[in-house]
Design a protein around this ligand. Structure first.
Ligand code: ZN
Length: 670
């Protein structure tokens, strides 16, 4: 529940902010198969870290790789065994040309990506495109008593019987979500038994102001006596071999950590040793308060999306450090918050007298592990325990180098050529697209939502079902309006207003046209962010029609939308902001309803069908994931680390074979 997936706007455009002349011309997409593209990400700023920080990142990164087997096992009881068998065949077979091998390789690539044999997003088991005959031949040739991980017959059944373990996570109404899900969080127990087991635990803890997250770090099974018991993940318990390795590296990290970091690493190690969830809470409380350390990390059983009952957490790790440039951006915005408020193009009565900007933390990821790898979120908000969030707060970050890599990978996918008519607009997008996107998000989050005030007597709940669309519109309009203000150049946030104009073209095109590709033909727009973008784009199109501010162009049977007058469009943003603020401040339900219903909901079917068809023809893989960088320590004569070098491998297959060889500590069946 606390991860931000997907991209802002459409994540289409490329970037200039981080590109330098020396940037190597390596491709960003290193592999593509099925519905997946694998992208490499860079870690700008790593070389500028202190030697101690680099060493800290190195140790934490090693710890991040050591839990990979845990996730494979959590996702499916036979996950590790199947992966090892496939890797043995893959590296042994001499038949590397034919269709069968290519299909087998694709299956293995998908397995690495999903950390198992079920799709990482849909949870459905993969359908093999190689034949059982070919596979059995490989088994006979390359799998023997020395390297056999599981029974051959069972293995073939699992791979080829589509009904067996069909879904990793089955939450269909009416089914027993425990027995019908193939994940390995439960065994030999049904939904009723699981619910009864945890209901009793929770009841015994009733009234505890610091409730324990029961079940978070264990598998629930039936023992020989038929009793329902937990197998806890800790040293000496389940997953011990991997957890011991994680601790080994955490202890090294502890030695170079600052005093604050050292305190919570100690708690985390205690938790891994004992499995006692109280230590996990004390770790989280110390961790969430550390907002000063440059390098930060997540390492543990964190998110419970993989458990149909939402209790069991998958293992994951992220190592990161502050993106100073991006943080400076949000600090500048925050420092000028009052100026923005005082100059907002709204009724002065609805301006806030005293406004506080929020500065959001932006991070650079240095290593992804477990359930954050290869697919990852672009933002993180932790910890998950509600009472800790309430009592001690939470940390919310956005991951800039990951969005950057996504943007880079989208370059050349044909989207810009397909939907942007004018060369000059494409160029501007290429140059300033990402900075425009980032600043839009910053202004929206740091200022937009917090601006303005209600009129006396307005309670704030008057807009009912229209409130979230109108609130998003208000924050977007605030951002769009100020993005085109000379003030941004003056305070050093943008080099030129072209950044704003690139965002304007993108925003209008997305709101009016391209976002429709995500909606099924015949359906209306429902989601409030999408509604808000449509509202703004269509309102401005209509109001500026007489002056041709925005123009719909037909060329070769295709529709394009272009902005002809950026300065006038900015005024229109201001006018609409004024009206939306008035609606909110006065709680004018009827006017809010009219705006949303007239501009934000109904889709024009001909244009909709056209956008879907054009988008489909581009064949853009819907899912993306990453290869990790590699860190190599440099030692002095006494064997102490004096520096750490970073490199960027671009071979997806090799990385996973290496991880399988060097970071695999668990038995095949746990
Ligand atoms: Zn918002």
């Amino acid at each position: 529940m606390n991860k931000i997936f997907g991209l802002t706007a459409m994540g289409i455009f490329a970037v200039s902010t981080m590109a330098t002349a020396q940037e190597p011309e390596q491709p960003w997409i290193v592999d593509r198969f099925d519905d997946i593209k694998v992208i490499r990400y860079e870690v700008p700023g790593f070389d500028e870290l202190t030697a101690k920080e680099k060493e800290y990142v190195y140790y934490l990164s090693e710890a991040a790789k050591c839990g990979r087997d845990i996730l494979f096992d959590q996702n499916f009881k036979y996950g590790i065994a199947i992966r090892r068998t496939f890797e043995t065949i893959y590296t042994s077979t001499t038949e590397r040309e034919g269709q069968e091998f290519v299909a087998f390789e694709k299956y293995l690539k998908k397995m690495w990506f999903a950390n198992g044999i079920h799709h990482h997003y849909s949870n459905d088991k993969f359908a093999p495109e190689f034949s059982e005959t070919w596979f059995r031949e490989q088994l006979a040739k390359y799998i023997n008593d020395d390297n056999r991980q599981m029974d051959d017959e069972l293995l073939c059944q699992i791979i080829f019987d589509e009904n067996l373990y069909a879904s990793r996570l089955n939450q269909k109404a009416g089914v027993d979500v425990i027995t019908e899900s193939a994940n390995n969080y439960y065994e030999g127990v049904n939904q009723e038994e699981v619910e009864a087991f945890y209901a009793a635990m929770v009841a015994a803890d009733e009234g505890n102001p610091e409730p324990i997250s029961y079940g978070l770090n264990s598998k629930l099974v039936k023992n020989a006596k038929g009793e329902v018991v937990e197998q806890v993940w800790h040293v000496g318990g389940m997953y011990s071999e991997a957890i011991e390795q994680i601790i080994f590296w955490l202890k090294k990290a502890e030695k170079v950590a600052n005093p604050t970091q050292r305190k919570y690493i100690k708690e985390l190690i205690k938790y891994y040793r004992t499995g006692d969830l109280k230590y996990f809470d004390s770790y989280n409380i110390l961790w969430v308060k550390d907002t000063d350390s440059n390098v930060d990390f997540v390492n543990g059983f964190i998110e419970s999306y993989g458990d149909p009952l939402g209790r069991k957490a998958s293992w994951e790790s992220v190592v990161n450090f502050r993106d100073e440039a991006a943080c400076r951006r949000t600090e500048i915005i925050s420092a000028n918050a009052q100026w923005f408020e005082d100059n907002a193009p709204i009724n002065p009565a609805y301006r806030k007298e005293e406004v506080k900007g929020v500065s959001a933390k932006v991070i650079t990821v240095a290593m992804l592990g477990g359930d954050c790898f290869p697919a990852t979120a672009i933002g993180i908000n932790l910890p998950n325990a509600d009472w800790i969030r309430k009592e001690h707060g939470s940390k919310s970050v956005t991951i800039d180098n990951i969005t950057y890599a996504y943007d880079k990978a989208a370059q050349g996918n044909g989207f810009a050529e397909e939907f942007i008519l004018r060369e000059e607009d494409r160029e501007r997008a290429k140059k300033y697209g990402k900075l425009g996107d980032d600043l839009h998000t910053d202004l929206h989050e740091c200022l937009g939502h917090g601006s303005g005030q209600l009129a006396p007597g307005t309670k704030g709940d008057e807009l009912r079902t229209y409130s979230s669309t109108l609130e998003e519109a208000r924050a977007d309009l605030f951002a769009l309006y100020y993005l085109g203000d000379e003030k941004l150049v003056e305070i050093g946030l943008i080099p030129t207003l072209d950044v704003a104009w690139s965002q304007y073209s993108d925003y209008i095109m997305n709101g009016y046209m391209t976002q429709l590709s995500r909606i099924e033909l015949g359906k209306d727009v429902e989601e409030s962010h999408m509604r808000n973008r449509k509202l703004i784009a269509e309102w401005c199109y209509e109001k500026g029609k007489a002056e041709n501010v925005i123009e719909l162009v037909k060329e070769n049977g295709k529709t394009y939308i272009v902005v002809n007058d950026f300065v006038r469009l900015r005024e229109l943003f201001g006018e609409l902001l004024c009206e939306v603020q008035r609606i909110k401040s006065e709680g004018d339900y009827e006017a809010g309803k009219a705006l949303v219903e007239n501009y934000a909901v109904k889709v024009e079917p001909t244009l909709h069908a056209e956008v879907i068809a054009r988008n489909k023809a581009l064949n853009i893989e819907p899912y993306g994931g990453f290869v990790n960088p590699e860190y190599t320590p440099v030692y002095d004569k006494k064997g102490r680390i004096i520096d750490v070098k970073i490199s960027y491998p671009a071979d997806y297959v090799q990385q996973h074979l290496d991880y399988g060889k060097n970071y695999s500590f668990l038995p095949s069946i746990n």
